[in-house]
Write a protein that binds this ligand. Structure first.
Ligand code: LLP
Length: 463
């Protein structure tokens, strides 16, 4: 299969593409790039006004390149759509498991978003980034006492997942002030996504079983130490349909009504995250506005039907806020052609900086930053450098003819790449830069070999 020269396409396709952005001259692959992506006169890729090949010269590779404009635009779209379509109060939270680090927390918080954290480490990072505790929500299906204590002391909201946690919180509570909690319930809603990232069906490790609903409400209503403010649910990730979230929002309003029977006045409703993104030209997710509007409408209709006051409406997207804002730049090294079978082109990273292909069989698209309009004459398999045959980033990638030293860019790597990165084979984790207006700022330093052995201990007897 040999592809031709990049095809000219009509604008749109990119979930965040603004109508003014002229994309008539970019290929479908290039539509998956961040909003500020441009091809300069040398035919090189620029993001945030920075030449990607120069970024690699300066910061090394692999390199995560995060486009500030794309991230801020997505934050604003969520925030403003909820404001526009929802008549009550709303708060968008960033699900920071997608990419939690000081700079990302600081950017999303500066756009008015709150933050969802799922561990003491994520909570600590958000606090260090000066995110206001009133806008931090702690999740997790097995929070430790230390994590709960940090959450209580910092004053964030705890999203309680199960009976064990409820009882632990009652034990940990002091007389000074009630602990602010929400309850996570399993809604029993199916959606079409990879089995590992589905959470709303009944057979899920997360959340209270809906059959326990009344018992949980009855228990919580009798605990003065717990200030229960609302309900939470999350049905899964990388979802393209709108109906499951509509169904979810309607079910959750019924929970608010049920809670009222126990004199629990719940004022917050959090529908979780899950909106999918475009990893390939054939992916067709709803826009942020379409998804958010659908949720606002259902909650308003259901509350009107039940004669309930509008709750504060929360959602917590991760992937759709940050995935498209980032690309990973690699340097191409060796290649191996097996006649009549395939050509492997190897890059200087792989499953340690992007474990999604090997974990979920995720599909990515790529461009060569220093050959942006060269004809796509080759079909190759992009392999990582790890000692594992499964370490393949992209199968059958249409590429121009490449040579060692070319800079290969994998698109839409902002979500669940750095956050799931490992040191497998003792590879140092890559650096990350934030680019905007021609300026690049380091937001994560590249690990060194000293970092790699930082936690190693050599007992005296082995020296
Ligand atoms: N809220 C809760 C409670 C969640 O568990 C998640 C994701 C989110 C929000 C954000 O979902 P998003 O908007 O990003 O779809 N590592 C997997 C994804 C795991 C998602 C875990 N929970 C991947 O790489 O696809």
């Amino acid at each position: 299969m040999v592809s031709t020269h990049p095809v000219k396409v009509q604008p749109s396709g990119n979930q965040y593409l603004s109508p003014s952005q002229d994309s008539t001259n970019i290929s479908p692959n290039q539509q998956l790039l961040p909003l500020t992506a441009r091809v300069n006169r040398d035919d090189f890729l620029e993001i945030g006004g920075c030449d990607v090949t120069k970024l690699v010269q300066q910061f090394g590779s692999p390199l995560y390149i995060l486009d500030e404009t794309t991230l801020r635009t997505a934050c604003q779209q969520y925030r403003d759509t909820f404001k526009k379509y929802y008549k009550g109060e709303s708060q968008v939270l960033y699900a920071s498991k997608a990419w939690n680090c000081l700079a990302v927390c600081a950017i999303v918080a500066s756009e008015g978003l709150g933050i969802d954290v799922v561990s003491g480490g994520e909570l600590y990072t958000a606090l260090e980034a000066s995110v206001s505790p009133e806008k931090i929500y702690l999740h997790g299906n097995n929070k430790s006492r230390d994590e709960l204590t940090l959450a209580i002391e910092s004053g964030c909201t705890i999203v309680v997942d199960n009976w064990y946690e409820l009882h632990t919180l009652v034990e940990l509570a002091t007389k000074d002030s009630a602990i602010r909690i929400m309850l996570r319930l399993t809604p029993g809603i199916e959606c079409h996504t990879h089995e590992y990232i589905r959470t709303g069906h009944l057979d899920s490790k997360f959340g209270f079983d809906p059959n326990d609903l009344e018992e949980v409400f009855a228990f919580v209503s009798k605990q003065p130490a717990l200030n229960c403010v609302g309900v939470h649910a999350h049905i899964g990730s990388q979802i393209f349909e709108r109906q499951p979230h509509r169904d979810l929002a309607a079910v959750m309003v019924q929970w608010l009504r049920d809670a009222a029977k126990y004199n629990l006045e719940l004022t917050e409703l959090n529908v979780g995250g899950g909106l999918g993104i475009k990893y390939t030209e054939s992916d067709d997710p709803p826009s942020i506005e379409e998804w958010s509007k659908a949720i606002c409408e259902v909650v308003q209709e259901a509350c009107a039907a039940e004669n309930l006051p509008l709750p504060k409406l929360l959602c917590e997207p991760g992937r759709s806020l940050i995935a498209t804002a980032c690309v990973t730049a690699y340097t191409i090294g060796s290649a191996k052609t097996i006649p009549d079978i395939r050509t492997y082109v190897t890059i200087d990273g792989g499953m340690s900086d992007n474990p999604r292909p090997i974990t979920y069989q995720s599909v990515y698209r790529t461009v060569v930053a220093n050959k942006m309009s060269a004809p796509l004459t080759e079909t190759v398999t992009v392999a990582g450098k790890h000692c594992e045959s499964g370490d393949i980033l992209i199968k059958n990638a249409p590429l121009p003819k490449t040579e060692p030293g070319d800079v290969l860019v994998v698109m839409a790597t902002g979500a669940y790449n750095y956050s799931m990165a490992s040191n497998y084979n003792r590879l140092p984790r890559p650096a990350a830069v934030l680019v905007a207006n021609g300026e690049a700022n380091l937001i994560l330093q590249r690990e060194t070999y000293q970092d790699i052995i930082r936690q190693d201990c050599l007992p005296e007897k082995l020296k």
